[in-house]
Design a protein around this ligand. Structure first.
Ligand code: NAD
Length: 496
């Protein structure tokens, strides 16, 4: 059985005795084990990152960006291998896995432009013959803690920018699908990244707590569920670190009666069931306004009936399994709760059987109609292929519903009315908004982040906010002495 080890100083490193199991969710088979770090392992990774900082933090911009350019080429060349690897542990279909790698690659490409991005500002003659300028310097050793649902992309939201900015990085990936991060670290080694600049520790809360409490860690980026995001933010900031912690979501898609219903049905099915609903930007609530539901739902059901659920490695599959048996049980329990709470289950995925994959963690697409806001299937993030339809009479009711929810990650509106769409993008209190686009994930050169309980901290992740997060600003005021300015003056300096 393969053992996924830590990655320290550009080498795979054994941990202690604690290990977790890794599964292929399509077959239900245990495929590997992953080592769980002790505090000692984390200390070793942080010490290595601290040592590497001495030279990497001072390496020229040219050197840093050259490593990233080389890494970009290697990821591009090995895209398929990375995609297959993550499908085998996560379960998502290959085309989706390829898309994930592509979106990660775009952040690497953004980070290649660090020489332009990390420029400071300069003002000549802020006072006579006095200049002032700002410099952005690395924070130091940064840590990243990432979720299972994008095992390649979410770490790539973090470390390419962090290391481009001159930091060193310790990554704690999800223990559910850990292999892909080690593979990417090997590519970075091939790209010329010096040892210690990116270290990986695998494991659970023990590793996370050790990072949060470590005096040599300066910044922590987290992506995962809201309760853990809150914990990371509170614990990290209490220990004096800067923290950005992205949490969970319940993304609403509003459909106005004038929308293109075929477009809306395609979008709802793609964004509701893509990656088996295990996306933080998945659409999990469809808010139909007026009579939109009557026109939309038959089209959605038609598309759902044609969906092919199967092993993600089979190119014909459109939706794969859920990540673990435990997660499958959790999602099924929500379907049961929805029925018990009185929502109308119009498509029941629990009956699905995937031939030859009887032990896989599959659940077919589920659709609830007549969902009410007080129901747990509306309130909670289910993170599975379960789409809830809430019918409201007016646009104002739709916006009110969205505003009363605790999450505010992504949202979408489908309409042909430009005025309504414009009003919506301005009114809605959500971090990322799609207009006739169901999953509005910002490009690498914008930044990704929700509002309310979907993000703790202020700076969003990647893009320019990423550069701000991974650098500290320093302002210099400089005068090159001129004899005519000599003399003691105890007054507060005046500009002249
Ligand atoms: P999770 O919160 O369970 O785990 C995330 C990370 O935290 C993992 O590395 C895990 O090992 C660690 N962790 C788990 N429990 C911990 C604890 N008690 N103490 C310290 N560390 C702990 O999330 P997940 O199940 O891996 O991922 C799914 C969640 O991530 C969903 O809620 C989804 O919405 C969210 N997510 C959010 C975004 C975003 O950008 N906002 C993106 C992707 C996923």
């Amino acid at each position: 059985m393969d053992v996924v080890k830590h990655w320290i100083d550009n080498e795979a490193v054994d941990g202690g005795d604690r290990k977790g199991d890794v599964y292929n969710p399509a077959t239900g088979e245990k495929t590997a084990q992953v080592v769980y770090a002790s505090r000692g392992d984390v200390d070793r990774a942080v010490a290595s990152a601290k040592k590497a900082l001495e030279s990497w933090g001072k390496a020229s911009l040219a050197k840093r960006s050259r490593v990233l350019f080389a890494y970009r080429e290697l990821v591009e060349r090995n895209k398929e291998t990375i995609a297959k690897m993550l499908t085998s542990e996560h379960g998502k279909v290959l085309s989706d896995a390829g898309g994930e790698v592509q979106r990660g690659l775009e952040v690497i490409e953004f980070a290649c432009g660090i020489s332009e991005l990390a420029k400071g500002e300069f003002s000549e003659n802020v006072s006579t013959e006095v200049d002032s300028y700002s410099i952005r310097q690395p924070v130091g050793v940064c840590a990243g803690i990432t979720p299972f649902n994008f095992p390649a992309m979410v770490p790539m939201w973090m470390y390419p920018i962090a290391i481009a900015c001159g930091n060193t990085f310790v990554l704690k990936p999800s223990e559910k699908d850990p292999s892909v991060t080690n593979y990417c670290a090997e590519l970075l080694k091939q790209a010329g990244l010096p040892e210690g600049v990116l270290n990986i520790v695998h494991g659970d809360k023990v590793a996370v707590d050790a990072l949060l409490e470590h005096p040599d860690v300066g910044a922590v980026s987290f992506v995962g569920s809201t309760p853990i995001a809150k914990y990371i933010y509170e614990t990290g900031t209490k220990n004096g670190k800067r923290v950005q912690a992205l949490g969970g979501a319940k993304n609403h898609m509003v459909v106005l009666p004038d929308a293109d219903m075929d477009l809306a049905a395609d979008a709802a099915v793609s964004a509701g069931y893509g990656s088996a609903g295990e996306r933080c930007m998945a659409i999990s609530v469809l808010v139909t306004v007026g009579d939109a539901a009557d026109k939309l739902l038959p089209k959605i059901r038609e598309r759902m009936a044609a969906l092919k659920v199967g092993n993600g490695l089979d190119p014909a599959s459109e939706m794969g399994p859920l990540v673990t048996k435990e997660h499958l049980s959790r999602v099924v329990s929500y379907v049961e709760k929805g029925v018990a709470e009185g929502a109308k289950l119009v498509a029941d995925g629990r009956t699905l059987k995937v031939k030859g994959h009887e032990k896989g963690f599959f659940l077919g697409p589920c659709l609830f109609d007549d969902v009410r806001p007080e129901m747990s299937i509306y309130q909670d993030e289910i993170f599975g292929p379960v789409l809830s339809v809430v019918r409201v009479p007016t646009y104002a009711d739709a916006v009110k519903l969205i505003h009363e929810h605790v999450f505010a990650n992504g949202v979408a509106i489908f309409t042909n009315d430009g005025g309504a769409a414009r009003k919506f993008q301005s009114d809605v209190q959500v971090g990322m908004v799609g207009v006739n686009v169901p999953i509005p994930v910002p490009m690498a050169y914008y930044s990704f982040g929700g509002w309310k309980k979907s993000l703790f901290g202020d700076l969003h992740i990647y893009g320019r906010d990423g550069v701000r997060f991974y650098t500290r600003n320093k302002v210099v005021i400089a005068r090159w002495p001129d004899p005519k300015f000599r003399g003691v003056n105890l007054g507060f300096p005046q500009n002249h």
